[in-house]
Ligand binder design. Structure first.
Ligand code: MN
Length: 728
């Protein structure tokens, strides 16, 4: 048969006619060229039925034009849908001949077919997602539905094993998928045809039983309708009354689920009244008329017009007692509502388990679809919508297969390493290479939906730090980091061991803050980093420790304690002179007031401890003298060499560069005062220092204190006095 055959001419005419009936605009040239190209491409192929292969794409195109009408591009793509897969023509050629859109739809359909081939169905839900993830344009799915529908309608011609496989796939994947797309009629045909091949006995029995009841049903519907059709005519309502043929698979499912015989399920009459009106109110008028004639059954009324179902289904449901006392289920809806329910302009896509952004994408898409169907005549809007028609569902996920054909879901941009960790952490840890679709690839290769992966492992292989840079899954990242950290911990521990041995040898001790300081001063991030470098042998520990030992010595300037200071000061002053007694008299300095040279002092004679030297201002002394003033004895500091005493000061203030210099300058510049020692400790931004100096007398010291108080940044200067003013 050649293209000029009158049979083909007739077929083409028929297709264009159907297109014109259902589509808002038809590019006849595109349809004709696609038709001829497909005939030519498939000219040597036959179907299992023995028909020319072209019969199949032709019928798929008819289904698209008639049952899933969208546009002429989809019809052309349907004609060409098996060309790339089964013939020598590739996608590039199709793109040149028919444009990108057609080529991409054909490519999508081909890929989907490729994925299903040879894979066991384990989780239907995953496959539905896989299907969607592969599809950028929803028209791919519509063509795929039409393709599957025609294959199911002609399944008689393939072998029983293939029949079962295809039927099961259709029932588990395509039917629920069609339901979610709101394609109610396609869904039930998928189900009934699957049912037929999966359980032929039950199917045939049901067909017989339904046929046997048909006459009875038809006459009952007539009897039921007669009294109120007259009324409907009175109201000028245009209507259609159908006995609703429940589809076989749903009857069967009900029988199984409720464990009831066919008769009980089927005896419930179901009638549908479809009103040819745009006025929703007519549905309620009709309901009123029916309720005047037949008694409504309470609690069986549902108004899905006011509150549509989530997939946008609209209808009134009620049950009444019909003739002969039989219950009749009635649905009342407008023609538009009926179209929505049958042709699937809406979809219900609410998974219980996931409400991701992807679901929202689909919902948006469903809204587009609805608009397209409802505004089928508005070409302009339709074109815009087409532009927004690209599906990007599940764009954040890909689906890949294990060598056994199990499906694994991964985020987009995943690599073989992600896959390896997805399988098992052990596989991840020892992964050394990967095969994608049989070819060895680098480990950072980006995976795509439908890829089949095999991971090559080696016991000696371990995760590489660089893997973190390209892996995508949380699982892989965490596992690799964990491994790297453990590896690092071992190194750090080794470094720490070396360190500890060394500091023992150097007789040094470091607390945590010393360690932190040392690490920072050596330009390490932290002690851990230092230990790691030590373990790697990159650090001369001897050098570090010998300098730090020197530093330690330097840092450990003996803290000037009051007692030490007072002792020094008193002995450099030459002790006290007790009036009228020689220097051998036993005396000691009172702890209550801690007199130091320069302080006006007085002695108090004690029993056993000789003379206690107090400051004249000591409160304790005042109390003692009240009791017995006769024990007081005048004492004084001897005239020291060059009249100098040692005095101590505590200076506190804000740390700034040069503060030490300014303090010493303030002291020295006053009468050339000599400093005995000066020591400053800083912490954060403040300093605390102790100064010992030589003064002539208290006045001299007071002047120095005044001068120091004027140094910028200094906020307190006090005499170094007893335990209350110790440095540090
Ligand atoms: Mn096909």
């Amino acid at each position: 048969m050649t293209i000029s055959d009158p049979k083909y001419k007739k077929m083409l005419e028929e297709l264009i006619k159907v297109c014109k009936q259902n589509l808002p605009s038809v590019n006849e040239d595109l349809i004709t060229r696609s038709f001829e190209f497909s005939v030519e491409a498939h000219k040597n192929d036959l179907r299992s039925s023995g028909d020319p292969y072209f019969i199949h794409p032709y019928h798929v195109a008819l289904i698209v034009a008639e049952e899933l009408p969208l546009d002429d591009i989809t019809v052309a793509s349907a004609l060409l849908h098996d060309v790339a897969e089964d013939t020598e023509f590739n996608i590039n050629l199709l793109s040149k001949e028919f444009g990108n859109e057609v080529a991409e739809i054909v490519d999508g359909v081909t890929k989907i077919s490729g994925i299903f081939r040879g894979q066991e169905i384990t989780k239907a839900e995953n496959y539905r997602k896989l299907l969607l993830s592969m599809v950028k344009d929803v028209r791919v799915i519509l063509v795929k539905f039409a393709d599957r529908l025609h294959n199911m309608r002609t399944l008689d011609f393939v072998n029983p094993e293939k029949q079962r496989r295809i039927a099961q796939e259709t029932l588990e994947i395509y039917a629920p998928f069609a339901h979610r797309f709101g394609l109610g009629r396609i869904k039930w045909e998928f189900e009934d045809l699957s049912f037929k091949y999966l359980n032929r006995d039950a199917y045939e029995e049901l067909v017989k039983k339904v046929a046997a009841k048909r006459k009875e049903r038809e006459s009952y519907i007539k009897k039921f309708g007669e009294p109120f059709t007259e009324k409907l005519n009175e109201y000028n309502l245009k209507y259609e009354i159908n006995g609703r043929a429940k589809h076989l698979y749903s009857i069967y499912r009900k029988m199984v689920r409720r464990n009831k015989p066919f008769e009980e399920i089927y005896d419930l009459f179901a009638i549908r009244i479809i009103l040819d009106t745009k006025n929703t109110y007519d549905c309620y008028t009709t309901l009123g008329i029916i309720n005047q004639i037949y008694l409504p059954v309470p609690d069986r009324f549902k108004d899905y017009i006011s509150i549509p179902k989530t997939n946008n289904y609209q209808s009134i449901h009620t049950t009444v007692v019909g003739p002969d006392g039989r219950l009749v289920e009635i649905q009342i809806r407008t023609k538009t509502m009926h179209e929505v329910a049958e042709r699937g302009v809406a979809a219900h896509w609410r998974y219980k388990e996931s409400k991701s952004a992807s679901d929202k994408d689909l919902e948006n898409w469903v809204n587009w679809i609805r608009d397209i169907f409802e505004n089928a005549s508005r070409d302009e809007a339709r074109k815009d919508l087409m532009e927004s028609f690209k599906l990007n569902l599940y764009q954040d996920e890909i689906y890949v297969f294990t060598p056994k054909g199990d499906l694994r879901r991964l985020p987009v941009n995943s690599t073989p390493v992600d896959f390896a960790f997805e399988i098992h952490s052990k596989v991840g840890y020892h992964c050394i290479g990967a095969k994608v679709n049989g070819k060895i690839v680098p480990l950072d290769t980006m995976l795509h939906s439908g890829d089949q992966l095999e991971i090559i492992t080696s016991k000696t292989q371990h995760p590489n730090k660089n893997w973190v840079k390209f892996v995508t899954t949380h699982k892989a990242k965490t596992a690799i980091r964990k491994w790297i950290k453990k590896e690092e911990d071992d190194i750090v521990k080794a470094g720490k061991d070396i360190w500890e041995k060394k500091i023992k040898k150097f007789k040094l001790s470091f607390d945590q803050s010393d360690l932190d300081k040392l690490a920072v001063s050596l330009k390490f991030d932290n002690p851990r980093h230092m230990f790691k470098t030590i373990a790697q042998g990159k650090v001369n520990l001897d050098e570090i420790l010998s300098t730090s030992k020197e530093k330690e010595k330097k840092e450990k300037v003996p803290v000037l304690e009051f007692n030490t200071f007072a002792e020094t000061a008193r002995s450099s002053a030459g002790g006290v002179l007790v009036e009228g007694l020689d220097s051998s008299v036993m005396y000691s300095y009172a702890k209550c007031c801690n007199p130091i040279p320069g302080d006006p002092v007085i002695g108090y004679i004690t029993i056993g401890e000789g003379i206690k030297i107090h400051r004249k201002t000591c409160n304790n002394l005042l109390k003692l003298s009240e009791i017995d003033s006769s024990k007081l004895i005048p004492v004084q500091w001897p005239e020291a060499e060059a009249n100098l005493f040692v005095a101590g000061l505590t200076v506190m203030g804000e740390d700034s560069p040069g503060i030490l210099n300014e303090i010493s300058h303030a002291i020295v510049s006053y009468q050339n005062t000599n400093i005995k020692s000066i020591n400053i400790n800083t912490s954060d931004s403040t300093f605390e220092g102790s100064v010992t100096l030589y003064v002539h007398n208290i006045e001299h010291l007071t002047k120095i204190i005044d001068r120091l108080k004027k140094v910028r940044g200094v906020y307190s200067v006090e005499r170094f006095e007893g335990s209350t003013s110790q440095v540090n």
